[in-house]
Ligand binder design. Structure first.
Ligand code: 4AD
Ligand code: MG
Length: 431
């Protein structure tokens, strides 16, 4: 079989091969015809020249439309001027399907138009680059934890209770058992697994009924959540900074071509090296006040606040010890000041905001029970979680990194919606 992928053509110079793919573009110049064919591994310029090819072939060339599917047989020639360094001299074209009026043309389209055609938009070269970087980030995430003795433990998607507050729960009827909720975070289950296996992570889709339409929020997004028995908040921050450094380093090392296709300025990414600055929430508030922002102690950092704080640093910054009131029920309080939670958020540079949220967990049974009550959460669905404090409770900590926000930052995109193949937001359920 002479079938090869475009990405492998360099190893076939002089050979007669068949490639299969789609018409990316075509153009003519005098007696020469250029057909740009893509197959997912690359784009190759295929050439027809008058005198060397039969007229039927020229006729077929003229009929070809953007995104028509075909097989092209030809000889591979080295050509440094061609994209990819090789060219194919066409000997035969087999048309598989003629595409009629492909709706995405090389001209500019509006974002909603493209989002409605997301199933086709994925064929564009910028989208290839983003999806390949997303894949690399996922690969690097797994590599990081797998290489450090963590066990992957998947958390369920249907859950009986809220993890991250009751205002963003998606609810569904669950047979005779009442209501089930789509998980907001696998954390509570990762805690159970950490008590069994020591170092674990879960990695899967999570759901939030976010009513806000921002460039940072999806209703369905992927989160990776490590959880480690006997770790405290400092250990958690050590892990988070090593983790982010590894992810960014992997993309820089393995996806340079994709970053270039996105015209990403990589200088700022090259700075992403340990140690990251660590500042308390109190210090973050001071930064905001110094920058004349009217921020009140006790509020959550909004998008603009996060941007101003992160602009003070040349790499991600870790903000720790937030007012406990605004944070989740499971976070341990700071023994030095019980108004503060032993929480940490990692803020990405360049205004990308929070990519990681984490904490040391409350490990005392009585205190946790009180927190459930204070937060108006029912006890019954959390009984199993309380068991973790009844039977051999230990200090432990973990965090969650949002995959799409991380990809948006690394790719330098102004909106999170292009970082996931089929985004779900308050306004979008299709395609
Ligand atoms: O800060 P969050 O809410 O933390 C948790 O869910 C913890 N249970 C994690 C843990 O400690 N195991 O969410 C973690 C991260 C955020 O920093 C953000 O990157 C991402 O998840 N995230 C979202 N990404 C896209 N759209 C949304 N609506 C998001 N909400 C959170
Ligand atoms: Mg958070």
């Amino acid at each position: 079989m002479d079938r090869v992928y475009i990405g492998e053509l360099r190893a076939h110079i002089g050979d007669r091969v068949t490639i299969r793919g789609w018409v990316h573009n075509k153009r003519s110049s005098g007696k020469i015809r250029f057909l740009l064919v893509r197959d997912g591994t690359g784009v190759v310029q295929s050439v027809l020249s008058k005198g060397n090819a039969p007229d039927e072939l020229f006729q077929l060339f003229d009929e070809l439309t953007q995104e028509s599917s075909l097989a092209v047989r030809g000889t591979v020639r080295a050509d440094e001027r061609a994209p990819g360094g090789v060219e194919l001299t066409i000997e035969e074209i087999q048309l598989l399907q003629l595409a009629q009026d492909y709706p995405i043309t090389p001209k500019e389209h509006g974002i909603e138009f493209l989002m409605d055609l997301r199933h086709l938009w994925l064929r564009s070269s910028k989208q290839h680059a983003i999806l390949r970087i997303r894949h690399e980030v996922i690969r690097a995430i797994r590599e990081f934890f797998d290489g450090r003795g963590f066990t992957l433990v998947d958390a369920p998607i249907f859950t009986p209770a809220a993890c991250e507050g009751t205002t963003t729960l998606f609810e569904t009827e669950y047979f005779d058992l009442g209501k089930a909720y789509l998980t907001q975070s696998g954390q509570l289950y990762a805690e159970a697994a950490a008590m069994a296996l020591g170092k674990v992570y879960c990695f899967g889709p999570t759901f939030r009924a976010e009513k806000s339409k921002t460039r940072r929020h999806l209703t369905e997004f992927w989160m990776v959540e490590p959880e480690v028995a006997f770790n405290d908040l400092n250990d958690d921050m050590d892990l988070a900074e090593a983790f982010v450094e590894h992810i960014v380093g992997s993309v820089l090392g393995n996806r340079a071509a994709e970053l270039k296709a996105l015209e990403r300025d990589t200088r700022l990414l090259e700075n992403v090296k340990r140690p990251f600055p660590r500042i308390s929430y109190g210090e973050a508030v001071e930064i905001l006040h110094k920058n004349a922002l009217p921020f009140e102690w006790g509020n959550d950092l909004g998008g603009t606040d996060e941007t101003v704080v992160s602009q003070q640093f040349d790499r991600p910054v870790m903000v720790h010890r937030y007012p406990a009131k605004m944070k989740a029920f499971y976070m341990k309080r700071d023994p030095a000041n019980p108004d503060l939670a032993l929480a940490v958020d990692v803020l990405a540079p360049e205004g990308y905001g929070e990519i990681i949220g984490g904490s040391q967990r409350e490990d005392d049974y009585e205190t946790l029970l009180r927190r459930l009550e204070e937060n108006g959460l029912p006890r019954e669905p959390f009984e199993w979680y309380l068991d973790l404090r009844r039977y051999g409770s230990v200090p432990h900590a973990g965090f969650g990194l949002g995959l799409e926000r991380t990809v948006a930052w690394i790719c330098g995109l102004d909106h999170i919606r292009q970082t996931i193949p089929f985004p779900r937001t308050i306004y979008r359920l299709r395609p």
